[in-house]
Ligand binder design. Sequence first.
Ligand code: NHF
Length: 468
Amino acid sequence: MKIFNLSMECYPVAKVGGLADVVGALPKYLNRIEGIESSVVMPWYNKPFVHDHSFEIIFDGWIHQSHHTFQVQVMKERENSLGFDLYLVKIPGLLDRDNPYGYWDESQQFLAFQHAVLHWLSAMQIRPDVLHCHDYHTGLVPFMIENCPEFRFLKGVKTIGTIHNGEYQGQMVWDMAKYFPWFYGENWGLLDWNGYINPLTTMIKCCTAFNAVSGGYMDELFQDFRGLESLVQQEYLKANGIINGIDTEVWDPYIDPFLDFNYKKENAEQGKWQNKKALCEEYGLNPDLPLFSFIGRFAGEKGADFLPEIVWKSIQQSQGQHNIIILGSGDKSIENELSSLNASFSNFALDLGYKEYLSHRIYASSDFLLMPSRVEPCGLNQMYAMRYGTIPIVRYTGGLRDTVEDISTGGSGINFGSASAEDAVNAIHRALHIFKDRDLMERLVQTNMSFDFSWEKSAEKYLALYRK
Ligand code: NHF
């Protein structure tokens, strides 16, 4: 079975968020199953990975967008170093950028990617069994293969649409239709949602099947999906929930090259302490105090706007009896508020930016990881944390409720109900009590480290969906 994953991100080539981790791991694990050939197709970016690896050009062609003509090149990585075939699509001026997102003309950029991929596959008569489209950026593919005569060779190819984050839908004005490959006009309704072109709704309408990245999130989308709940309810026969895995070969405290000290379950107490000591010394924190952390984008969905209040309230209330470290970037007002707290609270350390190596060190060093998310389709951080023996404190939502069970019901994490700073601070107080009980702490660390969040199980579920 031949599967092409179409995505804007893939770790380690280009990563903005969890989407990259999933696309960088799922095909690798699927390829270990006999008869499966899963590969990744993504845009070319000006990133170290593409310069440090060798590629061969396997396709050279042209696409038309409105009255513009663009050259398209598809290159394939020579060494297969990621455990799957990696194809990069390059279009000078549109797909040759430094980063995946943040450009004024990104709708056109995503359209060009989808157009170019389908043009390449059609021209070279490559007919995969499944086109697996990740998020709205590739959500128009299921429509295009059925409705654009240019891609008639691909008509009937099965498509899966994975919703990693339904908050982003790629809505654009109808004028943008001029950048589409020519399509049969009578089917315009498949593109339309409330007077706009909405690639996420088009994906849901046109794909063979779609899934959210956890059962919990899928359930929530049926209830409340920024106005799309009626569509999901209507298409319920195609809906699935498949929880993500984590790449346990990349995320393993025993071999992780970013850690100051490697450790496994048997010496976790000592290993975590040594990592914590090194990290705390670097950031001027007292390692004897419990360490709480937050890692991620400063965005409303992640509840990052609660962080400043969580920091000052919880530290004031505990009278400086715990430390907090935050690694992330995003919303400038949150960055500014946290920076000024950093200057006035000695129990608080802030590192602005996206630093993969530092995130590994923080997972290993922390006692607790905080995720006050408003929305969390799956969440990977809580799984990384548990693998590193860190206790997750999560809001009860989406994938977080599927993966973290509260101590009070026999689990090994802490749940809180409402998306608010107040609930998060109360959860920190619960954690501070737990921290005082060394035996309980040790038990929780051991339990969390024994969970199996590996991709094998989730890859099997995707395989079952492909087969269906
Ligand atoms: O885990 C990968 C990730 C999810 O919850 C995460 C999110 C974006 O918000 O599927 O995508």
